[in-house]
Every structure is written in structure tokens, then in C-alpha cells.
Write a protein that binds this ligand. Structure first.
Ligand code: MG
Length: 122
């Protein structure tokens, strides 16, 4: 069964890039356009990995990840955070929450795929 990855970003171009890079490697991609929808989909789909943007309307990436890590059924889900800039404060908060990796945008599709394969072992 193919592993499932939830991609949460308010920018469709980023979701499409991730979908292209990861989908062609055989991963199943579930998309969400903000943290509220992302959290709903995480609960419904139980993804093997979450890749989330930081800055999004309604609920940002850190808030969503905090909610995921606070949910017993989801707390072990690895999370990658996408960001254009990683301030020390944000990085510290992300570490406390349990963000596994930071990926700086714009990212090379092959690098994203390599990082994902390392975690999912696919
Ligand atoms: Mg954004």
C-alpha cells in the first residue's frame, strides 16, 4: 500500500509542486489549503507524513502541528515544515512542538523527495 502524505499550503503552486515531486514516486497525496482543513484531513486520513506551510490563513502551520501532536491518534506523525524564512523564535517553537525537519522554499522537488524517502523509507 502506498504511503500517504498530507500537503498543507495556501499556495496552490506549492501544493502542485509537492504533488508532482512525490506523486511520481508513488506516494498518495492529500491536499489542504489551510491549517483548519489540514487538521480535519489529518484526522480523517491518518497520513504517514505531514508537510506543512508555516504562514497560512485561518490556522497557521505551527498551530496546526501543535494540534496534531496533541492528538493521541496522530502524535507520532512526522511533520516537515515549509518556510521562506526560519526565525530563531519560530525554529525554537517548532522544535518544542516536534517538527522533524524544516524545508526552505523555494525547494528543489528532488530534495523534497529525498527527505521524504529518508523518513518513510520508500
Ligand atoms: Mg503560505
Amino acid at each position: 500500500m502506498s504511503k500517504k502524505i498530507l500537503v498543507v499550503d495556501d499556495a496552490m503552486t506549492v501544493r502542485n509542486l509537492a504533488k508532482f515531486a512525490l506523486g511520481k514516486a508513488g506516494f498518495t497525496i492529500v491536499e489542504a489549503e489551510d491549517g483548519v482543513i489540514g487538521l480535519e484531513k489529518a484526522k480523517a486520513e491518518k497520513p504517514d507524513l505531514v508537510i506543512s506551510d508555516l504562514n497560512m490563513p485561518n490556522m497557521n502551520g505551527l498551530e496546526m502541528c501543535r494540534a496534531i501532536k496533541g492528538d493521541d491518534a496522530l502524535k507520532d506523525t512526522p511533520i516537515f515544515m515549509l518556510t521562506t524564512e526560519a526565525s530563531a523564535d519560530v525554529a525554537k517553537e517548532g522544535k518544542e512542538i516536534g517538527i522533524m525537519a524544516w524545508i526552505v522554499k523555494p525547494f528543489a522537488p528532488d530534495k523534497l523527495l529525498a527527505a521524504v524517502k529518508k523518513v518513510l523509507g520508500a
